[in-house]
Design a protein around this ligand. Structure first.
Ligand SMILES: *[C@@H]1O[C@H](CO)[C@@H](O)[C@H](O)[C@H]1NC(C)=O
Ligand SMILES: *[C@@H]1O[C@H](CO)[C@@H](O)[C@H](O)[C@H]1NC(C)=O
Ligand SMILES: *[C@@H]1O[C@H](CO)[C@@H](O)[C@H](O)[C@H]1NC(C)=O
Ligand SMILES: *[C@@H]1O[C@H](CO)[C@@H](O)[C@H](O)[C@H]1NC(C)=O
Length: 164
C-alpha cells in the first residue's frame, strides 16, 4: 500500500541589507546561518541614530523565473500606524512570522538598536497557498518619505508529495 505524505521546505536562501543614509541608519550585521538542512536563521542588527516618528515600508514580492519577476504583492504601508492598529492583513501575516524574534514590536518613535535574532521560517505559520519556488521579499524603509535602507530576503518554498 502506498500513501502520500505532505512535506514542506520553507527556509531563507539569501539576505541583503543596504543603508542609503548612514547618518540615520547603520547596519552592523545582516546574515543568514544554516543550523540544519531545513533550518536557516536570520540575524539582523542595526541602529537608528535619531528618533523617527514617520516610517513607510514598501513591500514587493518577486518570484524567481530566470531572474526575479514581480509576483502578486506590492504595497506601501504606514509602519507607525501599523504598529498601533495592525491594519494591513498582509503586513500582519509577515510581521507574525518574526515578531517573537525582534525588539521592534512597539509603537513609534524608534531610536537605537533594532535587532532580529534567530528568526527562522515555520511552515505552519504560512497560511497562504504558494506555488513551489524561490521568492524574494523586498522591504524598503522610508523615514519622513525618504528612502533610508533596504532589507531584501529570499526564501525557498517547496511542496512535496512523498510516497512511502
Ligand atoms: C532590494 O530590492 C529592490 C526591489 O524592490 C531593489 O530595487 C533594491 O536594489 C534591492 N536592494 C538591495 C540592497 O539589493
Ligand atoms: C539623512 O539623515 C539625516 C538625519 O541624520 C536627515 O536629516 C536627512 O534628511 C537624511 N537624508 C536623506 C536623503 O534621507
Ligand atoms: C549590535 O551591534 C552593536 C554594534 O556592533 C553591538 O554593540 C550590539 O551588541 C549588537 N547587538 C546584538 C543584539 O547583537
Ligand atoms: C506586540 O506584542 C504583544 C505581546 O506579545 C502583542 O499583544 C501585540 O499585539 C504585539 N504588537 C504588535 C504590533 O504585533
Amino acid at each position: 500500500m502506498t500513501y502520500a505524505v505532505f512535506a514542506v521546505i520553507f527556509k531563507f536562501s539569501n539576505f541583503v541589507c543596504e543603508t542609503y543614509n548612514k547618518s540615520w541608519f547603520q547596519f552592523h550585521e545582516c546574515r543568514l546561518k544554516a543550523i540544519s538542512r531545513e533550518k536557516v536563521i536570520l540575524n539582523m542588527n542595526g541602529t537608528i541614530l535619531h528618533s523617527v516618528y514617520n516610517i513607510q515600508t514598501e513591500g514587493k514580492m518577486f518570484k524567481r523565473e530566470s531572474g526575479f519577476k514581480p509576483w502578486l504583492l506590492e504595497s506601501k504601508i504606514d509602519a507607525c500606524r501599523f504598529m498601533r492598529k495592525n491594519y494591513n492583513p498582509i503586513a500582519k501575516l509577515i510581521f507574525g512570522l518574526f515578531k517573537e524574534f525582534t525588539n521592534i514590536n512597539h509603537t513609534c518613535p524608534y531610536l537605537g538598536p533594532q535587532t532580529v535574532r534567530g528568526f527562522y521560517l515555520k511552515p505552519e505559520l504560512l497560511k497562504l497557498p504558494f506555488p513551489s519556488g524561490e521568492y524574494m521579499l523586498s522591504l524598503r524603509w522610508f523615514f519622513d518619505q525618504k528612502l533610508q535602507f533596504d532589507t531584501n530576503v529570499s526564501f525557498l518554498f517547496v511542496e512535496d508529495i512523498l510516497k512511502a
